[in-house]
Design a protein around this ligand. Structure first.
Ligand SMILES: Nc1ncnc2c1ncn2[C@@H]1O[C@H](COP(=O)(O)OP(=O)(O)O)[C@@H](O)[C@H]1O
Ligand SMILES: [Mg+2]
Length: 246
């Protein structure tokens, strides 16, 4: 099978188990560059594992994973590092370093992974923080940030390397409705202004309906629905229909 030039991420018959427990069972899905895929499913159904496999933090037991035209199985550790540089990852808990200011949290990946000068780094951080509405908070420590600000700070850190593909694990969980929709707007802006492909793990039906080009529903390791919001809303699968119902 040939890969369309626009495909950002593709799973072909991916299976992953931990011991006896099958977490992903023959999962095939794909995402085009510049599109948003929302990944839905009950807790423990393999959503975070899916993101970790894309990041090559875990390997599948069988099947193929393609990220930006590279088959991860064929890559050396150096090749995987190159792929990871194209990926931004917003962790479920934002995962900021508490002992570092917001500026220092964002400077870390820029210093480690790019050859940018101090001025270029300052400039980049300034712009990314402005974009997420934290323009005057760069000297603050994570402990001084509200839940919504921490999520936005985590997003800023995921965006600081201009990823082609952004993976966001429950970016709006634990936030009130208004703050959650602000995060959704920021995610949409990444797609619209930078052509970023996004995979967003979420439980938020309203957010999904607002931002998703494609919806994938996992249930007990099976991909039980994959398609547009409307297609999934009319799916034969009960769990999928219920998860996307308003
Ligand atoms: N590193 C691991 N070792 C063993 N089991 C794991 C590991 N990571 C995840 N699991 C198991 O895989 C299942 C799916 O986990 P996860 O993808 O985190 O679920 P969720 O859909 O809630 O994000 C869970 O049963 C979890 O306990
Ligand atoms: Mg999870």
């Amino acid at each position: 099978m040939t890969i369309s030039p626009n495909i950002a991420v593709q799973f072909k018959n991916v299976t992953k188990a931990f011991g006896e427990k099958r977490v992903l069972n023959d999962v095939s899905l794909h995402l085009e560059q510049g599109q948003v895929l929302c990944l839905l499913g009950r807790s423990g159904t393999g959503k975070s594992v899916t993101l970790k496999i894309i990041m090559a933090l875990m390997r599948p037991d069988s099947g193929e994973v393609w990220v930006d035209h590279e088959n991860l199985a064929g890559l050396s550790e150096r090749g995987l590092s190159a792929v990871r540089k194209k990926l931004g990852y917003l962790f479920q808990d934002a995962a900021l370093f508490d002992s570092l200011t917001l500026y220092e949290n964002l400077a870390l990946p820029l210093k480690r992974l790019t050859n940018k000068s101090k001025e270029e780094i300052d400039d980049k951080i300034h712009h990314v923080l402005l974009a997420v509405g934290l323009g005057s908070d760069s000297a603050k420590y994570p402990s001084a940030l509200s839940g919504g600000m921490r999520k936005r700070a985590g997003l800023a850190r995921a965006l600081v390397l201009d990823p082609k593909i952004l993976l966001a694990d429950e970016p709006s969980s634990g936030l009130d409705r208004i703050t959650a929709s602000e995060i959704d707007e920021l995610l949409l802006r990444c797609k619209e202004q930078h052509g970023t492909a996004l995979i967003v793990v979420t439980h938020d039906v309203h957010g999904t309906r607002r931002i998703a080009d494609r919806v994938a529903v996992l249930d007990r390791g099976d991909l039980v629905a994959f398609g547009s919001v409307e297609e999934v809303a009319q799916s034969e699968n009960d769990v999928a229909r219920r998860l996307i119902a308003e």
